[in-house]
Structure formats: structure tokens, C-alpha cells
Design a protein around this ligand. Structure first.
Ligand code: G1P
Length: 299
């Protein structure tokens, strides 16, 4: 599939603190959701949306991510000679996915915050728009979320962020946009994006949900935020703040995404994501439903 966006960045250098001690030795990106590590869901979404150049920004202790996507011919050969062809195929399929997405890795350096990995990766962006997806969000959608964002970018030529409606009381957990105009089809022109506002001050009842189309103008804003950070050395570099600064004077959009979103970055939502994926699995789903019924016959 040809698209106007071919690059993507997945920031994967975070500590996963909300999931400690689970994430002490295992990167949060490698925790399973259904029968795949969570980051594989993100890579699959990108490849299915036509992305052919994926940069995963990592930090020390994340080598399991590389190990997961790296080909392992010795393991495949062993499995084949043991007559375990289906497992061999499954291992090869993950390496093939990484090959199609041309995954490369970059070490994160610079101030803490989710804008820094984007700025680190930006050296290779040139003038191209780039998708940024968090590795701890999983979307189940007929049209992948990444593709919905690409379409909105093709329509507008501007930065776009993935949005979902939320209960206003939850605004303090998210980046919340101020909506300037509703263009129909879920496309909203925005003129501000506020990181985790007090619910009473929230500018709308939409949340940014971890998918962004970034343009060179947003990268310039990140560069400026980082320059200022080095003067004062306080706070974090948020992608939200760069989008907010950009949207104050230039056109930026939100796209309300069709589909179901699972956050896996905290224990409660992670369990929900795992449970939902297991229930939807053609092999494990029926067994789990029976178990749930046996444990609680009223369910
Ligand atoms: C990040 C973003 C926030 C966004 C959220 C979605 O926050 O900074 O704007 O709404 O992801 O998951 P985090 O959850 O990493 O604190």
C-alpha cells in the first residue's frame, strides 16, 4: 500500500514504573497481551498501515525487544528438525514482520520525557511527516488507528493526533485538546493541547491516546523546548507541549479514532487488555468464557 507517510517512531525507553516490579527485568513493551508482546501489536499495526521504516528508541535494559524481532535461524532449524513446523513458522513470521517494517534501534539520550525520543529520531526525518505511536497502547480496529491518522494527514497536510472521547472526570490522566472546529467524520481542528489538566479546567472531553502524525514544525518546537530545558534543567520534554506550542499559531488536527483502545501502561488497564485479547482469541476465548462462568455462574 502506497502512503504519504512511510516512517514511524516508537518511543520505548521508559522505565515502566507504573508496572513495577513486573517491569524490573522485563521491559513493559515485552509484556504479553493475548499471545504477543505488546510492542508487536504496535509494529503489526504500523506494517499493516504501509509503514516501511520503523525506529524503536530504546535505553539500556531493553535488549529483549531486539532479541524478539531478530531472526534466529538456529532456533528455527532446531524446531524444524524436531517436527515443530508451526512454532518454526511463528518465529520466522516475527522476523519477517521486522524485515517488512525495516526496524532499526536508537539509544535515547537527553532530558527525561516523551518528546526526547522523537527529537532523537528526528535526525533522519528530513522534511517527511512521521507517525509516533506509544508502545503501550493496543488498538483493535477494522481500519488500523495508524491508517486512520495517515488518512487525516492526507486530508489536511498538517499534524494530527489520535483522539477518543472520555468521561470529563478522567481528563487528569491525558493530554486534552481544545477544539476550534468540528469538520465532520471525526476530524477536529484544535488550537491547544493541555497535558493532564485538572478536570474542571479541561478544554474538551477528548483525550490524546498515543498516536501522532508529527511534521517538521513540531520537531522545531521540540528542539526549542529542549534548548530551554538546558537553560533551567527542570521538568520533562512532553510531545504534548510541542503540539500545544505549534497549534497556537498553525493548523493542527485531532482525529477521533474508530475502534477499541487498550492502555497497558498500568496494572488495572493491563489486566483488562490481556483479558479482552484472551477472550477474543479463537482458541483460548471459549475456554476462558467457560472458566469465568464456572467461577461465577451469575456471569
Ligand atoms: C502520555 C501523553 C498523554 C496521553 C497519554 C495517552 O501520557 O503524555 O498526553 O494522553 O500518553 O496514553 P502517559 O500515559 O505516558 O503519562
Amino acid at each position: 500500500m502506497a502512503t504519504t507517510i512511510r516512517r514511524a517512531v516508537i518511543p520505548a525507553a521508559g522505565l515502566g514504573s507504573r508496572l513495577l516490579p513486573l517491569t524490573k527485568a522485563t521491559p513493559k513493551e515485552m509484556l504479553p497481551v493475548g499471545d504477543k508482546p505488546v510492542i508487536e501489536h504496535t509494529v503489526r499495526e504500523l506494517v499493516a498501515s504501509g509503514i516501511t521504516d520503523i525506529t524503536i528508541v530504546v535505553s539500556g535494559g531493553k535488549s529483549l525487544i531486539q532479541d524478539h524481532f531478530r531472526p534466529n535461524p538456529a532456533l528455527v532449524q532446531q524446531l524444524r528438525s524436531d517436527g515443530k513446523a508451526a512454532f518454526a513458522d511463528a518465529v520466522e513470521e516475527v522476523a519477517e514482520l521486522a524485515r517488512r517494517g525495516h526496524i532499526t534501534y536508537l539509544d535515547q539520550h537527553g532530558p527525561y520525557g516523551n518528546g526526547t525520543p522523537v527529537l532523537n529520531a528526528a535526525r533522519s526525518f528530513g522534511d517527511e511527516p512521521v507517525l509516533v505511536l506509544w508502545p503501550d497502547d493496543v488498538f483493535v480496529a477494522e481500519v488500523p488507528r495508524a491508517q486512520q491518522l495517515i488518512r487525516a494527514h492526507e486530508q489536511t497536510g498538517c499534524p494530527v493526533l489520535a483522539l477518543l472521547p472520555i468521561d470529563p472526570s478522567e481528563a487528569g490522566r491525558y493530554g486534552v485538546p481544545q477544539v476550534k472546529e468540528d469538520l465532520g467524520g471525526g476530524l477536529l481542528r484544535i488550537n491547544a493541547l493541555v497535558e493532564k489538566p485538572d478536570p474542571e479546567q479541561a478544554p474538551s472531553s477528548y483525550a490524546a491516546i498515543g498516536g501522532y502524525v508529527i511534521t517538521p514544525g513540531i520537531v522545531d518546537e521540540l528542539r526549542e523546548l529542549t534548548r530551554r530545558w538546558y537553560e533551567h534543567r527542570t521538568g520533562e520534554i512532553y510531545l504534548t507541549d510541542a503540539v500545544n506550542a505549534y497549534a497556537a499559531t498553525r493548523a493542527a488536527y485531532g482525529q477521533v479514532i474508530q475502534g477499541r483502545w487498550y492502555d497497558t501502561g498500568n496494572p488495572a488497564d493491563y489486566l483488562v487488555a490481556q483479558f479482552a485479547h484472551a477472550l477474543a482469541h479463537p482458541d483460548y476465548g471459549p475456554r476462558l468464557r467457560r472458566l469465568a462462568h464456572d467461577l461465577d455462574p451469575s456471569s
